[in-house]
Design a protein around this ligand. Structure first.
Ligand SMILES: [Zn+2]
Length: 96
């Protein structure tokens, strides 16, 4: 949707809700963004529940490394990942 096609008063109303137009929120969003990138780079999040991951529960599943906070999250994530992979494989063989 092109907002520039709307009347000016509606454009102004919509832009009030954009956090990047508020100077203080811009600082907060920058800080959140830096924090998020830092967390992703260090791979500290559990891939299942987004809590802090523990290195001892990290595991390679289907050629990718995943981090988990505990045994339950590792099992739950692996179950659903493998199930989705199998379902995708079945769908692809049915298409052929
Ligand atoms: Zn977890």
């Amino acid at each position: 949707m092109n907002l520039l096609l709307l009347p000016k008063h509606l454009q102004d109303l919509i832009s009030e809700f954009n956090v990047e137009h508020r100077p203080l929120m811009h600082v907060v969003m920058d800080e959140l963004n830096r924090y998020w990138i830092l967390r992703i780079e260090k791979d500290k999040d559990c891939n299942n529940c987004l809590n802090y991951a523990d290195e001892q529960y990290s595991k390679y599943i289907l050629w990718s490394k995943y981090n988990f906070c505990g045994e339950w999250c590792r099992h739950d994530f692996e179950y659903h990942l493998r199930k989705n992979y199998r379902d995708d494989q079945k769908r692809q063989t049915l298409r052929r």
